[in-house]
Unconditional design. Sequence first.
Length: 109
Amino acid sequence: MPLVKDGSNVVNVGTEKGVERHFHDYDEHWYIIAGKGRAIVYENGERKEYRVEPGDIVITYMGDEHELVADEPISLICFAGKIPKGARQGHLHRGEDDPPSGDRLDYFA
């Protein structure tokens, strides 16, 4: 079982910048430990906005774009679900990082 001990999965988000709209090649989970804001998730192209505060968990699915707006500084713990073989790491952006087929389910088949 992997263990992250150094705090590298703790993310601090300030009100001045937030987290830009992006997607991943894997599911991502956030556990909000401090602060308040809005998680914006684009599920199958539909924009959904959720208020977040300490104790909330946000799950974004592989290929779904998402962003975070901090109404006050936010600290969260971020971790990935199962990462498929060949998945790219980091923030990916529509237009420049789209899967070759355009269909994220076919991408890892």
